[in-house]
Design a protein around this ligand. Structure first.
Ligand SMILES: CC(C)(COP(=O)(O)OP(=O)(O)OC[C@H]1O[C@@H](n2cnc3c(N)ncnc32)[C@H](O)[C@@H]1OP(=O)(O)O)[C@@H](O)C(=O)NCCC(=O)NCCS
Length: 178
């Protein structure tokens, strides 16, 4: 378990699949995601198992009271380049804009930089996803560029913001102890 200030991150697991299915089929949530619903319970079960087999990392975000509120993933890990991509979804909408997302991201970054020795962590998000970009910037991500007309949303092309944080930038804000 990775422990943050407002949340803990635990490995994704089958017992949470009904919750995952609810989140990933909620149009207000998926509006911001690259995933295209509908997703069945079976697909979500396969996702939990498949993710483990492929060596990607998935985490469920729990409040300190133990309530699951969302998922995070790490993928495209390059051990040679010490680089990884991350994604996040808070599926419980009542928990948006209350600092849970930025605490979850900070907690994951601490693990990736301080435990796994990553040099670069990257992501991309819809250009109009201001809340996500604000959360990422709070955690130290910087804008690197815009990928034009990257995907379709509601039948229209959408631009994506590419962002990343480097280990040097992380350790500048979070000096190593001892
Ligand atoms: C994106 C997401 C992970 C962010 O987590 P969160 O807990 O909501 O974000 P935080 O509260 O940590 O930070 C969001 C910040 O944006 C601000 N914000 C929210 N809506 C905003 C808006 N429309 N315009 C400007 N700022 C906004 C919040 O006030 C907060 O800033 P503050 O801490 O300075 O007040 C979460 O909202 C989510 O999962 N959304 C749906 C799915 C999604 O967008 N996933 C990311 C795909 S790349």
């Amino acid at each position: 378990m990775l422990m943050g200030e407002k949340v803990d991150l635990v490995a994704a697991e089958r017992s949470y699949v009904p919750m995952y299915t609810k989140w990933i089929n909620d149009p207000e949530v998926t509006h911001w995601l690259k995933a295209d619903p509908p997703f069945s319970v079976e697909m979500e079960q396969d996702w939990v198992e498949g993710v483990r087999q492929e060596g990607k990392m998935t985490f469920t975000i729990l409040t300190k009271e133990g309530k699951p509120i969302g998922n995070m993933g790490v993928e495209e890990i390059s051990w040679k380049a010490r680089r990884a991509s991350i994604g996040i979804m808070i599926g419980e909408k009542d928990y948006w804009s209350k600092g849970y997302g930025s605490d979850a991201i900070t907690t994951l970054l601490r693990y990736l930089f301080e435990e796994l020795g990553m040099r670069r962590v990257q992501l991309f998000t819809d250009l109009d996803n201001i809340r996500a970009q604000k959360a990422y910037k709070k955690c130290g991500f910087r804008e690197e560029g815009v990928m034009r007309q990257f995907r379709n949303k509601d039948g229209r092309p959408v631009d994506e913001m590419f962002m990343a944080i480097l280990a040097d930038e992380w350790f500048e804000k979070h000096p190593r102890q001892g």
